[in-house]
Design a protein around this ligand. Structure first.
Ligand SMILES: NC(=O)C1=CN([C@@H]2O[C@H](COP(=O)(O)OP(=O)(O)OC[C@H]3O[C@@H](n4cnc5c(N)ncnc54)[C@H](O)[C@@H]3O)[C@@H](O)[C@H]2O)[C@@H](O)CC1
Ligand SMILES: Nc1ncnc2c1ncn2[C@@H]1O[C@H](COP(=O)(O)OP(=O)(O)O)[C@@H](O)[C@H]1O
Ligand SMILES: [K+]
Length: 497
């Protein structure tokens, strides 16, 4: 499913209507029918709150169908004196012929009737603003939105919760808190901004049947991660041997942190990497030798460390490192001795924050950075709030500046090479536990080891990591990295081509 900005959506609709000759009212009716699928048939008292554009037109169409279904429907038009859109007027005129209850909100006193109706209703249909909202709302509209949020039991928002900027998720003064949002044709970009989840409720996307060749023309290269996953993992050829699936080095762990190195290495092993070597601190070597059955182990001081980096098909570096000078030395060794893809995580990213120059000058774009918002903030020299407010932009700009692939973790992880942007749709807070990021590093590294290019491995790795978490969380209250590791190979089978 594609993700669009309001601007692209406008162009797509415009081309469909004016270029292809699609009738705009027929398109609106398609939207109306698809929204109707999400109105609970048991609800009797329904309030429809409209603005004056096509979002309102959709809402009025929904009102019409609800009246036909013998629902008690109260319609409030909140145009603040503005002219209604052509298709909106069409629906309103039909409603007048049907003797529908329509009230205009003109002044503050009119809000009393709206408040009363909302508090007596089972559901509010929110059709105030959709993708057309472009300016800060005045008090006329913020008061109406406050009424909806204060008195409603359940809100179904059409396309976008009214009050949210469809491009960047900014709240334009006030925003409807929906229980469910029915997005038309595509996810809107705003849904993937940090604050959006407090307003959208559950998001469902309903198709309007817009031809693919039109939407592809205005493709802004923002996708959901499931758009890549049907391409899938290569089949393991019957003549292949461990060398076929790559040499992987994991440089992880320090005196201070013990678990991370084990999790990252074991995740890479379980993902199917051919030969995994864990390079770790001297103190950890005996511990890891007893824990890891398949991976080979050396310490950072060993001259074998540099040799193995040189021979590797992929190196992961960072889980469980410290952010001190010896970590800087390890990061430098990894970068200077390899041309293969590298996945930098955790403290390796913190170290690189002060030494970005180390990332420059590679022939290929084959370094992956997997920061969580805290690491991203440090790396960019901004606040975590800034990162969360502009996740997509910050990830994209960092990818461009560093010539790296950025995996900005969290709810809806953003993966970008600076050109294409994938937003992950799997995973949940059941996975919010220590070690989960180390596990992801191991999975992405294991996929690269088997020949996937670093960008695809990042998108797919993030998707699979969350997919396993989601599957396990159906039966488990919380999911740990160990739970994921134990199931990786079982679930990967589902992704085999
Ligand atoms: N165009 C089409 O063919 C279709 C559009 N659809 C619906 O149409 C919506 C977009 O409709 P519109 O483009 O008419 O826009 P909206 O209905 O979202 O907004 C209406 C108007 O609000 C004005 N506006 C922006 N910010 C404002 C502010 N702060 N205060 C007051 N007015 C403000 C805009 O100038 C715009 O004219 C979509 O979200 C979707 O629900 C659907 O019917 C499907 C088909
Ligand atoms: N609420 C959530 N929804 C989806 N994924 C989540 C959520 N919370 C955490 N995760 C995932 O879990 C992992 C946690 O990574 P990270 O913060 O680096 O943890 P750690 O450093 O403890 O290993 C990331 O892949 C992240 O996307
Ligand atoms: K809306």
């Amino acid at each position: 499913m594609k993700i669009v900005t309001p601007d692209a959506m406008r162009k797509i609709e415009d081309e469909y209507i004016n270029g292809y000759g699609m009738d705009s009212f027929a398109l609106m009716e398609t939207a109306v029918i698809s929204i109707m699928k999400h109105v609970n048939i048991k609800d009797r008292n329904i309030v429809v709150v409209c603005g004056f554009g096509n979002n309102a037109g959709d809402a009025l169409g929904v009102a019409r169908h609800l009246i036909v279904l013998h629902k008690i429907v109260k319609i409030f038009i909140c145009s603040n004196g503005r002219e209604l859109s052509r298709d909106c007027i069409k629906n309103m005129n039909i409603l007048y012929k049907m003797n529908a209850s329509i009230e205009f909100i003109r002044k503050t006193e009119d809000l009393n009737s709206l408040n009363k109706s909302i508090s007596e209703s089972d559901v509010v249909i929110d059709g105030l603003f959709g993708t057309g909202l472009s300016r800060q709302l005045d008090t006329y509209y913020t008061d109406i939105i406050k009424s909806i949020n204060t008195y409603s039991k359940y809100v179904l928002s059409i396309d976008i919760p009214s009050g949210m900027n469809g491009e960047n998720g900014y709240i334009m003064g006030e925003c409807v808190k929906a229980n469910k949002t029915v997005a038309l044709q595509f996810y809107k970009k705003c849904f993937f901004c940090d604050k959006a989840k407090n307003y959208t409720g559950d998001v469902v996307v309903e198709s309007l049947g817009i031809p693919k060749e039109i939407s592809e023309k205005y493709d802004e290269k923002v996708y959901t991660s499931d758009e890549i996953t049907d391409k899938i993992l290569p089949k393991r050829n019957k003549y292949s041997h461990k060398g076929t699936f790559g040499r992987t080095t994991i440089a992880a762990g320090s005196e201070k942190y013990t678990g991370a190195a084990y999790i990252a290495a074991q995740a890479a092993v379980k993902t199917g990497a051919g030969l995994v070597t864990l390079a770790t601190s001297k103190e950890q070597v005996p511990i890891m030798q007893s824990k890891l059955a398949e991976a080979m182990i050396c310490d950072y001081e060993d001259k074998y460390f540099v040799e193995i980096i040189k021979k590797s098909n992929v190196v992961a570096c960072g889980p469980g490192l410290d952010s001190n000078d010896s970590s800087l030395k390890i990061v430098e060794e990894v970068i200077t001795n390899s041309e293969c893809p590298i996945v930098f995580d955790a403290d390796a990213i913190n170290v690189l924050s002060a030494h970005k120059e180390l990332l420059f000058g590679r022939k290929e774009k084959n370094i992956v950075l997997t920061p969580h918002p805290g690491e991203m903030a440090r790396f960019c020299g901004c606040s975590i709030e800034d990162v969360n407010n502009k996740r997509i932009e910050i990830a994209k700009n960092t990818a461009i500046e560093t010539n790296c692939i950025i995996v900005l973790k969290g709810y809806n992880t953003v993966i970008t090479d600076g050109e294409k942007i994938f937003i992950n749709t799997t995973g949940s807070s059941a996975m919010a536990s220590g070690g989960m990021g180390d596990c992801l590093t191991g999975i992405v590294t294991g996929l690269i080891s088997q020949g996937l290019d670093p960008f695809k491995a990042s998108v797919l790795g993030v998707y699979i990591h969350g997919f396993i978490g989601d599957s396990l969380s159906k039966q488990m209250y919380s999911v740990t990295a160990t739970d994921i590791i134990n199931k990786i190979s079982l679930y990967l089978k589902e992704f085999e081509s």
